[in-house]
Design a protein around this ligand. Structure first.
Ligand code: NJP
Length: 231
């Protein structure tokens, strides 16, 4: 297809895998993250557009959308994937780290959606896909901050779904379990992770599935886990 998709958090992990798969399918991918070098390396493969940006910054978020429209003249898909994770007991959790989680996971989703929705409304269609988490729907120890941020992101996207559905805009939310990425300072690619984690490409396939639904169908929610993880 000649569709244009913005993917946030495209410099590594899940966002990078989504970008590669969408580009392989013919989409023009606008890759967004703070790491300019990694984005350029990706863009050499995807032949789209790399825009270094902080999703938690409103001017950056607006710039991503205006730049996309001026380069390609269209915008069809927003993938809200950028996210950070850190974990710990509440009483030891750093307040600045709390702010960082909410800035990226919640405000970043808000700002990108805010920037694309007027455009999607004007054209009477568009597809927003949020990468939430299985912990958007359950609580766990050491997850007060991260879990709260992913519940909030989920609530944001669920509310937005109701606001935009009458305008022909789809909102799909994907809830992965453990994924083998750089998340929470981990190193992907260990042999053990093959059994315990999803691969970024597994989540990318889930994104592909929701995007390929016919015009009259919307996949509202999709949860996936590695076989070793029982939800
Ligand atoms: O993590 P990682 P994942 N502005 O660390 C970017 C969710 N999830 O792929 O800015 C713009 O490999 C960062 O780029 P950079 C999770 O909550 C994961 O696993 O250059 N971009 C990088 O590209 C998150 O929503 C698991 O540092 C910003 C990317 O985000 C999504 O999956 C389980 C940014 C993070 O790549 C992708 O995370 C689950 C900013 N301010 C949900 N800050 C899991 N891995 O187990 C960060 O349920 N990024």
């Amino acid at each position: 297809t000649d569709q244009v998709a913005i993917v946030t958090g495209a410099s590594r992990g899940i966002g990078r895998a989504i970008s590669l798969l969408l580009a392989l399918q013919g989409a023009k991918v606008v890759a967004v993250a703070r790491s300019a070098e990694e984005l350029e390396e990706l863009n050499a493969k995807t032949q789209g557009l790399a825009i270094p940006a902080d999703v938690a910054d409103e001017a950056d978020a607006t710039h991503v959308v205006t730049e996309t429209l001026s380069r390609f003249g269209r915008l069809d898909i927003l993938i809200c994937n950028a996210g950070v994770g850190s974990f710990g007991l509440l009483e030891h959790f750093d307040a600045a780290e709390w702010d960082q989680l909410f800035d990226v996971n919640v405000k970043g989703t808000f700002l990108l959606c805010k920037a694309v929705v007027p455009h999607f409304k004007a054209q009477g269609r568009g597809h927003i896909v949020g990468i939430a988490s299985d912990v958007s729907k359950r609580t766990f120890e050491h997850g007060t901050a991260y879990g709260a941020s992913k519940y909030a992101q989920d609530a944001l996207l669920g509310s937005l779904r109701k606001e935009v559905r009458p305008h022909g805009i789809k909102v799909s939310i994907i809830y992965p379990g453990m994924v083998d990425t750089y998340f929470n300072d981990s190193r992907p690619g260990s042999p053990a992770a093959e059994k315990t984690h999803l691969r970024p490409s597994d989540v990318a396939q889930a994104v592909r599935y929701v995007l390929e639904a016919p015009a009259h169908v919307v996949v509202d929610e999709l949860m996936l886990h590695p076989m070793s993880q029982v939800w």
